[in-house]
Design a protein around this ligand. Structure first.
Ligand SMILES: Nc1nc2c(c(=O)[nH]1)N[C@H]1C(S)=C(S)[C@@H](COP(=O)(O)OP(=O)(O)OC[C@H]3O[C@@H](n4cnc5c(=O)[nH]c(N)nc54)[C@H](O)[C@@H]3O)O[C@H]1N2
Ligand SMILES: Nc1nc2c(c(=O)[nH]1)N[C@H]1C(S)=C(S)[C@@H](COP(=O)(O)OP(=O)(O)OC[C@H]3O[C@@H](n4cnc5c(=O)[nH]c(N)nc54)[C@H](O)[C@@H]3O)O[C@H]1N2
Ligand code: SF4
Ligand SMILES: [Mo]
Length: 875
């Protein structure tokens, strides 16, 4: 393997005399207006031009740290202390394949960063919620840094005294995913985690908003949610089937999946690329031969129809299934189930009592035939599947045949699993890949998301956080923290999926149902790089109710602290707001995300922090000082010292970096590649399932279905719309196609990730909103029936709230389905304390989180937020 390392961007000040002119940067630093709603920035108050690009004093490497996964390097050109131009990496090849050093071109969002740095939404000073006002009203008074730190530290000490460390929670937040010292995700790798661990610990979370269901439920089938063939192997595929995967929106950088997929299209023009998605995504438009529109949350019915057709036509390899799968055939079902019994707390649904013996035939064969335990449910023919999925039966047969005429690569995005029954979707998609013999071969794949592979650097991307010092030994799902504000006493493993967590962060399941419990309510929440609480979680109106519960012994949060550069909706529900920095205002380090070429970017502060903003390391150092642990926290190091520490670790681990730290800093962007053959995800030895085989029937899931209380101890309605099933099958899930609520709320509402934003980040950049405004996608036929025309203003409502936006009338979405791009900022028509959080309060921001539900998914206790039933009216 020939490894190539390239160092780019030894940047020195260049001045082009004669071209230097006035920069014309009308920087508007109006800041946020405390005690009032944020005003829309006036277009003419923003810096509209980069000035003369050739007239600058300095240029520094930085990166876009937000969570699209790419972490693109960016160059900031500075004149007179102001960023006058953002540029991108343009060195390297524009060719696909091993051995190529790609350009790390940023997407259009990254290029708009001047409108983020100099946004009128910038928080200028520490703010404190005005006494007597509600969280969410958005009324704040300015305080000094000293006052803010003192207030936070005093409250933290009180809470620790009363409740112990279990009452502290670090909110999920990915706004600074790409940073190292400034990192916001994973929460356990952040500076606040380091501080808290040195102070006794905090309540940790498992899984994340991205992959809540697939993380735990695809492994029920094959023991692994992540591995797939390396993306460079797609040139060897005859067919590529993308289930709900839209890299044209979600992997947009010049080195990430969409670029790679486009190159695959060019290098493998014969391949048939199929996209299965409720909407004709930009990916489908860009690279696919065929779009198969599918009703949301029904992929498992499509898979059943395909397998029924292939099995009954004798097209499947029976011996393969007998050798490597359990739970498929009726005749071996009883033995299969014994082999699949979980025997340690590494697996779910441990049956120590041995009481959960199965007497019926619950095999997939019985399911397909509608016999045994599934008697009366009918045969799962392609015609049956057509009725659920909306896909014609012949198309289902064609897709099935395509799988047998491979190699066929299967890639699932994370849209299919973000449903109330999404875990079953993820299992079923993996199953069609495996059962058709496409796993472990070149050109095939496992059905997980694309395997990026590539040539990563070994340099650390997080600094030590002492998880071993954390004394809290249970953890909560990333999605269920809100319940620990309202009533933690009902939260155990069987009701809310509470798990044990060890000193290294490894989680395990309960020995006996109901024995793993939370020990305290959440009283303190730290939001850094997070817009979860009023944006990216769900059901904003009910969330506001929960945030405003009185601070009592067993419920009600005492203090919410938010660190953010901008006045986000979440900031406006906090008690203390601290002005944070953008990546251009601090030194840091980032390494490649979803790129195939490895890269490392040593970032140098381009400008001083604006206003009174501070980097999070400095903020945590002040807090550590107030808590009496400053020396342990800093180890005497500055932020730059920590970056040097990373560099030294990277060198020691064998990374080919410049000889000295100074040279490393001067180099800025460093890339590497090699010419290795594409890796094939080929499970060797037993799979990480109890039986070591593919578990079509999961005894783990079956046991949970008998052990767990899906009413969440009384907080989730007992309406049968949540189920845990041994097989990955379709059921009438909560706010899915089969939910009777569809009579009143006739549309299935999903919310795809959009090009305009990364979640809510970039949501306040006028340049971006003007490119792709926030619109509800609706099919032309549905719109005609409702009398809705292109760009009409509509109100979308669910049982939980109402949101206003304009309509995008298009046949790029299937009838009966609408999509509101997720991440738009919540903007209630009034923030009046008397009504804030009332479901009738109209949101003017087009924010889907006013409409989604916080009801946790049955096994993973995660976010089924693409499962919603809604109605639409012309405003
Ligand atoms: N521009 C941009 N890029 C991003 C992000 C962003 O917000 N903006 N977010 C980043 C992050 S953190 C993540 S986790 C990823 C998210 O990546 P994903 O989770 O994959 O993105 P989604 O848009 O939610 O879903 C992908 C597709 O699934 C489709 N879909 C929804 N339900 C179903 C279903 O039931 N079946 C099928 N077959 N398809 C379905 C949607 O229509 C959509 O086209 O993207 C990352 N990249
Ligand atoms: N309905 C629905 N909800 C979803 C999803 C969905 O598909 N549908 N997707 C989910 C997914 S996959 C994810 S990952 C989550 C993401 O949810 P979040 O992690 O909350 O992501 P963002 O909305 O980007 O919010 C990031 C925050 O970081 C701040 N920030 C950005 N840059 C910086 C910086 O440089 N410094 C500092 N200090 N702060 C910064 C932003 O202002 C913002 O407040 O959302 C989830 N929510
Ligand atoms: S949003 Fe993603 S693709 Fe765009 S510049 Fe930032 S990291 Fe790169
Ligand atoms: Mo995500």
């Amino acid at each position: 393997m020939g490894k190539t390392a390239q160092t780019f961007g030894k940047i020195s000040r260049r001045s082009f005399l004669g071209l230097a002119g006035a920069t014309g940067v009308g920087v508007a630093l109006t800041g946020c207006a405390p005690a009032s709603k944020q005003e829309e920035p006036a277009a003419d108050s923003l810096p509209v031009t980069g000035g003369d690009p050739l007239d600058y004093d300095t240029v520094s490497w930085s990166s876009c740290h937000v969570n699209c996964g790419s972490r693109c390097p960016l160059k900031a050109y500075v004149k007179d202390g102001q960023v006058v131009r953002i540029d991108i990496d343009s060195d390297g090849d524009d060719e696909f394949g091993p051995g190529k050093i790609y350009q790390m071109r940023s997407c259009v969002r990254g290029r708009t960063n001047r409108q983020r740095i100099y946004s009128p939404d910038r928080i200028q000073k520490p703010l404190k919620r005005v006494e007597g006002t509600k969280r969410g009203e958005g009324k704040y008074e300015e305080i000094t840094w000293d006052e803010a730190i003192d207030l936070i530290a005093t409250t933290m000490k009180e809470i620790k005294e009363e409740y112990g460390n279990d009452a502290f929670y670090i909110q999920y937040g990915t706004g600074v995913l790409g940073g190292t010292v400034s990192k916001s995700w994973h929460p356990d790798q952040t500076m606040f985690a380091r501080l808290m661990n040195l102070w006794g610990g905090y309540l940790r979370q498992y899984a994340d908003y991205s992959t809540g269901q697939i993380t735990w439920e695809m492994p029920l089938f094959n023991g692994d949610a992540w591995s797939n063939n390396e993306v460079t192997d797609l040139v060897n595929s005859k067919n590529i089937v993308l289930f709900g995967n839209n890299p044209a929106n979600t992997r947009m950088s010049g080195s990430a999946m969409q670029y790679l997929l486009t190159q695959v299209r060019l290098q493998n023009p014969e391949a048939t690329i199929v996209v299965v998605d409720p909407h004709l995504s930009d990916t489908a438009v860009g690279v696919a031969n065929r779009w198969i529109p599918i009703r949301p949350g029904t992929d498992m019915a499509l898979v059943a129809g395909m397998i029924q057709y292939l099995f009954s036509a004798g097209k499947l390899d029976e011996q393969l299934i007998r050798d490597k799968f359990v739970g498929f055939f009726s005749d071996s079902f009883a033995d299969d189930v014994k082999a699949a019994e979980p025997t340690s707390t590494a697996f779910m649904g441990l049956d120590k009592s041995g009481k959960l013996t199965i007497k019926e035939d619950m095999s997939y064969e019985a399911y397909l035939a509608g016999t045994g335990a599934y008697k009366g449910t009918g045969e799962k023919t392609p015609e049956w599947a057509a009725g659920i999925t909306g896909i014609p039966a012949d198309t289902i047969r064609e897709l099935a045949d395509l799988y047998m005429d491979g190699p066929t690569a299967t890639i699932q995005g994370w849209g299919p699993q973000r449903h109330s029954n999404g875990g079953n979707n993820s299992r079923a998609i993996a199953m069609i890949a495996a059962i058709t013999g496409n796993v472990g071969i070149s050109g095939g794949g496992t059905g997980a998301r694309e395997g990026v592979g590539g040539v990563p650097f070994a340099t650390p991307t997080a600094i030590p956080c002492f998880p071993e010092k954390n004394t809290v030994d249970v953890c909560v799902s990333f999605f269920d923290w809100y319940q620990a504000i309202e009533d933690y006493t009902v939260m155990n493993d069987a009701t809310w999926g509470i798990r044990a967590i060890d000193e290294t962060g490894v989680t395990s399941y309960a020995e006996e149902p109901g024995t793993l419990k939370l020990k305290a309510p959440i009283k303190f929440i730290w939001n850094y790089g997070s817009n979860v609480m009023m944006g990216q979680h769900a059901d904003i109106n009910d969330s506001l109710r929960i945030y405003n519960l009185p601070d009592e012994k067993d419920s009600g949060v005492r203090m919410i602290v938010t660190v953010d550069p901008w006045m986000t909706p979440t900031a406006m529900a906090s008690d203390i707001i601290l002005p944070g920095t953008t990546p251009f205002e601090e030194d840091d380090l980032t390494t490649g995300g979803t790129a195939w070429t490895g890269f490392i970017c040593c970032e140098s502060k381009a400008i001083e922090p604006l206003f009174e903003a501070k980097p999070v390391y400095e903020i945590c150092t002040l807090l550590a000082d107030a808590l009496g642990i400053k020396d342990e926290f800093t180890e005497g190091k500055t932020q730059l010292d920590w970056i040097e520490w990373c560099y030294n670790e990277g060198k020691a681990a064998g990374d080919d970096l410049p000889d000295t730290f100074e040279e490393f800093r001067a180099a800025g962007l460093i890339k590497q590649t090699d010419d290795h053959e594409p890796a094939i995800a080929a499970p060797e030895g037993p799979l990480a399932t109890p039986s070591g085989k593919y578990e079509v029937f999961s005894k783990q899931a079956y046991n949970l279905s008998r052990q767990w209380d899906l009413t969440g101890g009384g907080y989730v309605p007992d309406d049968g719309r949540d189920q845990i099933t041994g097989l990955p099958i379709w059921y009438e899930n909560f706010e899915g196609y089969g939910d009777p609520l569809r009579e009143e709320y006739p549309f299935q509402l999903i919310g795809h990730h959009t090009k305009t934003r990364t979640h809510s980040s970039y949501g306040n950049v006028p340049w971006m909103s003007s490119v792709a405004p926030q619109q509800c996608w609706i099919n032309e036929g549905d719109a005609a029936t409702l009398g809705i025309k292109q760009d009409d203003t509509v109100i979308v409502s669910t049982e939980r709230g109402r949101s206003r936006m304009t309509a995008k009338v298009t046949n790029r979405i299937m009838p009966g389905v609408v999509s509101v791009p997720q991440g738009a900022w919540y903007d209630p028509v009034t923030r009046d304390g008397a009504t804030i959080g009332d479901p009738s309060v109209l949101d003017l921001g087009g924010c889907i989180s006013v409409l989604t539900s916080s009801r946790p998914t049955p096994i993973s206790k995660g976010n089924g937020v693409h499962s919603n039933l809604c109605k639409i009216e012309k405003a």
